[in-house]
Structures are given as C-alpha cells and as structure tokens.
Write a protein that binds this ligand. Structure first.
Ligand code: ADP
Ligand code: MG
Length: 737
C-alpha cells in the first residue's frame, strides 16, 4: 500500500500563566492525517500545463531546440517539427485524461472562446481507432468566425476566421463537465489577416516595445540584451454571493449586477472587512481556487478581503504580459467555476452593488531586459540614474500624449459605474510619482539638474521589542489611476471583468512610440550625453502636468485637471472614438499594432457591446419591476387598505397606516410611470440603426430612464413590509456568504 496516511506528533505545553485546562492536555498528541489532506503545492503546480520541462522530456532534442528558438526569437516551426510536437502534446494530454483539444482564443467579447474537437480519427479496416492530432491541427484552426464581433471587418459570406498557435503561451488541460480538454492558446484573425481578437495586437505591441526599448538601452552601452519584455501582475477583485440568493435575482443572473436595491443598515463604513478575518465558507472557496490555479500554472499568491462586505482579491505573481493576460482569463474563469462547487456565485462585474465599493483590476506593469534588468528600477539614487530618468521622461510623455487612449483601454460597460460616475475614481489619467521622484522631476525641470534626492529615513516604531524600519522614500497613493510603485507602474483604472489585453497593448504601444521618438533624436545627435540631458528636461517640462500626487478622488482634482487641460472622458462610448483619431491611427499603424480598419472595427464593436448590454439591463428591469416588484407592492397596498378599513371600523384612526399607504401609493405610481417611460425609450432604442447613435441613446436616454425607475423602487424597499419584498436585499446578498 502506498503512504495514504502519515502521523504528525506534536507536543502540547501548558500556557505560561499555568491555566488548569491547558495543563491537563500537556503531553504528546498524535494526529493522523490522510495523505490526501496534505497539499504538496510544488508537485501539483503546473500539473495541467504542457510546460517547457515536459516538452524537454518528451521531445527529441533537435525538435525541442527548434521550439525553444521560435519561442524566444519568433519564426515558424517546420511542419515536420509541428507534427512531432503535436504528437507529444496529444500523448501527454491523453495520458492525463483528455479526449478533445481546442484552439483557445480571445475574441472581442472580452472573454475566451473554445470549440472542442476530439482526437478521434477514422477507424481502420478492422474498426480500430487511434487518437490523433497533427501538426497542422496544432498550428492552425479555422473556426467559423461569423458569430463573433468583428465590427464590420468580416461580412458573413466570408465567415472564415483563422486561429494560430501562440507558441509563447503554454498549452494546458481544462477540466469541466465536458471532461478534459487540451487548450491551445491561439490568436484569431480574419481571412484577410485582420485581428479579430485581443491577443494578436498584444503580441504585436510587445514586439514593438521590445524593439524600441532595445534602442534605449543601447544608448547606454548595453549590447547584451536582445529583448525587452513587458511584465504584468494583475490584482483581481471579485464578489461572492450565495447561489440560492443569486438565483432569486434576475438582475444578477442576466446582467451580473443588481439593478435595484437599497443600501443595508451596515455597509463598509466600519472598515472592518478590508483585510478582515476570512469567513470559513469564503476560505474554503479560496483554498480550492488556489489549488485549481496552481495546477494550471497560475502563481496565485495573495488573497484577502477587500473593502466591501463579500468582496475579495486575488493576486498572482507577475509574468510576461502575454501569459499574464491568458492567465488572468483563466483566473476569472476558474473563479466562476470553483464558486459553483461551493454553492456560491462569483461576481466579476465592476459594480454589482450601487453605493458599495466597486471592483477593479490593478494592472502592475514593468519592462525588463532578457539580461534581467528591470528598466523601471530607479535604484537608491534615481537622480543619478540617467537611463531611468530618460525612461521616466518617455513614460510621462507617452501617458500625457495618449491619456485618452489609456483611459479608453480601461473602459468596459461595467467600468462606467466606477470611472467618472459619482463614485471614485474619476476618469482622469494622471501619474503618481511619489515624493522622491516628484522632487527629482521638479529639480530637473527647474534647473536641468537633480543634485539631491530625498531618502526615506527610519521609521521608528517606538517599541523596544520591535525593529525600526528603513522607510521607502515614497508613500503609497491609493487614489491615483497610474501610480509608480517602486519598480513598476500600477494602472488601477482597469475594470474587474475586463480582459487586461487592451490596457497592456495600449501601454506597450504608447511607450514604444515615446522610446522611438527619443531614440530617433538621440541617435542622430552629435553629443549623445547632451541630447539625453536636454530631452529629459524637455519631456519632463512639457509633460509635468500629467503628474499629480494628491487625492485623485477629490472634487478639487477634477477642477484642477480641467485647468491643466487633461481629458476627463466620462464614459465608454465617449472614449470609443479616441481609437480612431489621427493621433491614434498614426501611433498604432506606425508599429503595426492595428490598422485603421481594425481600429474602426473596434470602435464599432464598443458601440454594439454597449447597446446590447444596456438593452439587457433595461429589459431585465422591465421584467423585474413589472412582474415581481410592482405586483408585490400593489398587493401590499391592498392589504394595507383592508387593514385600514378594519381598524377604522373598529373605531380607531389608523393614522399611521394611512400615512404609509399614501407614501406607498405615491411611490408605486411613480414607479409605474417610470416603467412605462423605460419601455417606451427601450423600444425606440432598439430600432436605431446607426450603432454610434444607438449607443449614445442608450447612455443618455435609456440609462436615465433606468435610474428613474430604480429610485422609487429602492425607496419602496425601505418602507414596505420586508416579508413581502420579492427579491433578496443587499443585506442578504452581502452578508449571507
Ligand atoms: P499591492 O499593490 O497590493 O501592495 P504588490 O505591489 O506586492 O501588491 O503586488 C501587486 C502585483 O504586482 C502582484 O501581482 C505582483 O506580482 C506584481 N508585481 C510586483 N513587481 C512587479 C514588477 N516588477 N512588474 C510587474 N508586476 C509586478
Ligand atoms: Mg496594488
């Protein structure tokens, strides 16, 4: 028999204050633990991934070397090599229970897509079938693309789309109700080569950034680096809700957020949830989630409770942008899947509950050479680190020049409830540098030289048994959308439900452009040192307005940003056209990241997506208000009226009941009127033909009508008998997890 159990021996000692109970249990105790209870994270990590190590073990040396070369330097695998890789991959997958494979891709829906094909092949004469998978099948797929958003790029009569293996992201096994599926990460393009997905432009942007960043490091004599990679660590926020309660809320089921709901008596004001003790049920969920992610090779690292009740966060360790994007998709999928097992549902929506902290995704981004140098590491004396200062100046220029694009890249329908809505954060892009760097920039702008650098000093705890700390020179700022945090930038605007592909594509692109322009000038200069110095001063002076270290959530900042001329684009639909400005087309075409046609199609998809989403929300509200809430309140009003009659007949005044009835009656009438208006505008919206006009109509008119319906219903929730309210309340949803 194998070791299915092990015995752990531990000693129980009396507590130092000698309490009777403790003394009684002194002595050795044994606890038998089943091996299956012991979690060997090292051995399960990457279990479901066809890792480089597995390739090395299973592929002939030459083939492996070719794969490695293509992974690192690009190029194409020969068909013979692809066949060998496919067979090894299939054998490994089948040994691990796989029956199917899929090209796993990221269409413009923001989520992933898969179509399964089994390895089953045509039986031979004797009826014997062999599981097969060819190099051709590995490298290229041809899914019918007609039902994915393409923004007019691909007419249905040319429905053909191609998926192509992204060799830089490892294949993995996904287990679900369908069994085990071998997933091959792929890019998705149209017959004519336009990107129909989020991965293709991301990969293009990574190449552009690498090329331009290399020019910058070469200016400083680095001849060794051959590649510069963007690394990304996304912190993912989410809410959990009990399955049974979820099932009673059509809004959560259809729209992923509540469309009605009054605030509970207790919210997040006590600040007792953030980093609070994790509830047992949530803890069990997190444990399973980690295990599933580790098996998929995702380095789930940090978990904690977030600000709102039932809100949590998971952060993995950062990795290459491309893999981080794929992994973030897996994190989101796995969060949802594991929730099912725990009779929970995971809400990734940016604003599931009105008036309660929303969910974002902090996109931590840095750039590193293949020789291991993080180009965003300022060192202890950033004022003397000229390479860092040049890079910083370029990033300031990039973010200031393309603040509109960066903001656009963080927009999705749900994020409109966070950015630029009444609650923080605002939709204005600014950079937080912290005291130390801000001071360095100031000196450079004022004098062209930064002689001094502020140091952090010591943090004295004032307790003799606690150590004193060396303080960072810069405190954290939680209100900045784009904050420098030590050796990376943290782009905090991104929405929790969104793919992180667009934000990183945009970041890579705008920084590549700034690097390119800087390198063009410096390379052409006679005295490079002087040119670098001048350029740092010039860029920092010109783009200093983008730096803001204060409270980004304050009203003063909104006014100040306006004075500085920084864009404040309040919604996803208003942000969409930033993709097709002359400036944007020039940027993306220059580096081959998007063609003008691709950008136009993306703009169109944004309008379509917005209109469709708000349409679903409006119809859900109409359904809930018309079929559930208004009838329940009407019945309640009837009961109240009957009880008033009875009370009056008995000789009392029923004054309180009359007051309640009048209030209910007034709000009910208001709700009914608002419902009629919503139905009307919804019907009008659905027939508008121009997608842009339609999206704006949904934003300006339909959403207003939705708010007008919500207001009296939320008020009614506060005054009618709780037992007749037909749907679970915010209190139920947030506190019963
Ligand atoms: P927090 O911002 O919550 O304090 P951390 O700063 O420790 O947390 O890290 C948040 C995320 O940033 C993690 O995913 C981490 O791996 C990632 N991260 C840390 N260093 C870098 C880096 N150099 N480049 C990109 N991401 C990084
Ligand atoms: Mg963070």
């Amino acid at each position: 028999m194998t070791h299915e159990t092990c015995t752990i021996t531990y000693t129980v000692r009396p507590e130092s204050h000698g309490d009777q109970e403790s003394e009684k249990v002194e002595g050795e105790r044994r606890r038998v633990i089943k091996m299956s209870e012991l979690l060997n994270v090292e051995s399960i990590f990457g279990e479901k991934v066809f890792t480089i190590t597995k390739m090395k073990e299973r592929l002939p040396k030459k083939v492996f070397q070719e794969v490695r070369r293509v992974m690192e330097q690009g190029g194409e695998l020969s068909m013979a090599t692809a066949d060998v890789v496919a067979k090894a991959m299939k054998d490994w997958a089948v040994e691990n229970g796989a029956t199917h494979y899929t090209h796993w891709f990221q269409p413009l829906t923001g989520i992933t897509a898969e179509k399964h094909d089994s390895f089953v092949s045509h039986p031979d004469d004797e009826g014997k079938m062999l599981m097969e998978f060819s190099g051709k099948e590995l490298i290229k797929g041809e899914p019918d693309a007609s039902s994915f958003p393409s923004g007019g790029l691909r007419a249905t009569f040319e429905a053909r789309g191609y998926t192509a293996w992204d060799i830089t992201s490892p294949a993995f096994l996904k287990e679900s109700g369908c069994g085990t599926i071998l997933c091959i990460p792929t890019a998705f393009c149209s017959y004519t080569g336009e990107a129909l997905d989020k991965k293709t432009p991301l990969l293009r942007s990574m190449e552009a950034l690498s090329e331009q960043a290399l020019r910058i490091v070469r200016l400083f004599g680095d001849e060794d680096a051959t590649k510069v990679t963007a690394s990304v660590g996304p912190e993912q926020e989410y809410f959990l809700v009990d399955k049974d309660l979820y099932m009673q809320r059509k809004d959560l089921m259809f729209a992923g957020r509540t469309l009605f709901g009054a605030l509970p008596p207790k919210g997040q004001e006590m600040e007792d949830h953030y980093f609070g003790v994790i509830k047992e049920r949530v803890g069990a969920y997190m444990k399973d989630l980690n295990i599933e992610l580790w098996k998929l090779g995702v380095t789930a690292k940090t978990q904690h409770n977030e600000v709102a009740p039932a809100q949590h966060e998971l952060a993995p360790i950062y990795e290459t942008a491309n893999i981080a994007v794929d992994h973030n998709q897996l994190v989101m999928e796995t969060m949802k899947r594991v929730a099912y097992k725990h009779d929970l549902r995971c809400l990734l929506h940016e604003k599931p509950y009105k008036g309660v902290n929303g969910s974002g995704k902090h996109d931590n981004w840095s750039i590193t050479t293949d020789t291991g140098v993080n180009l965003l590491d300022p060192g202890n004396t950033p004022n003397k680190n000229i390479r860092f200062l040049l890079i910083l100046a370029c990033i300031m220029k990039a973010v200031d020049t393309h603040a509109d694009l960066l903001r656009q890249s963080a927009s999705d329908v749900g994020n409109d409830h966070r950015l630029g809505a009444n609650e923080a954060p605002p939709a204005i892009i600014s950079i937080f540098l912290g005291d130390q760097l801000e001071d360095v920039v100031k000196q450079l702008v004022e004098t062209g030289d930064a002689a001094k650098v502020k140091q952090g000093g010591k943090l004295e705890t004032g307790v003799s048994t606690l150590p004193d700390f060396e303080k960072d020179a810069t405190d954290r700022n939680r209100t900045s959308p784009f904050a420098f945090t030590g050796n990376k930038f943290e782009f905090r605007m991104v929405g929790s439900a969104d793919s992180i592909a667009s934000p990183n594509t945009t970041l890579n692109a705008i920084v590549a452009e700034a690097f390119c322009e800087a390198a063009d000038r410096i390379e052409a200069a006679e005295d490079k040192e002087v040119a670098i110095h001048d350029l740092i001063k010039e860029y920092m002076t010109k783009h200093q307005r983008i730096v803001f270290n204060g409270n980004g959530y304050s009203d003063e900042w909104v006014a100040e940003a306006e004075r500085r001329g920084l864009p404040n684009i309040k919604s996803m639909v208003e942000a969409a056209s930033t993709l097709t400005t002359e400036k944007a087309v020039k940027l993306f075409e220059k580096f081959g990241i998007f063609t003008k046609v691709e950008l136009e199609s993306r703009e169109e998809i944004i309008y379509e997506t917005y209109a469709k989403t708000i349409n679903i929300e409006a119809l859900t509200m109409i359904d809930m208000a018309g079929k559930d809430i208004i009838p329940a309140v009407a019945a309640y009003a009837g009961d109240l009226a009957n009880s008033i009659l009875a009370v009056k007949e008995a000789g009392a005044t029923a004054a309180a009941q009359v007051e309640v009835l009048n209030e209910v009656d007034g709000l009910l009438a208001e709700a009914k009127k608002a419902l009629n208006i919503l139905k009307e505008v919804e019907a009008k919206a659905s027939v508008i033909e121009d997608v842009k006009a339609q999206a704006f109509y949904y934003k300006d008119t339909v959403r207003e009508a939705m708010d007008a319906l919500r207001a009296p219903i939320d008020e009614l929730e506060m005054i009618v008998d709780g037992t007749i309210w037909p749907i679970p309340t915010y209190g139920d949803l947030m506190f019963e997890v």
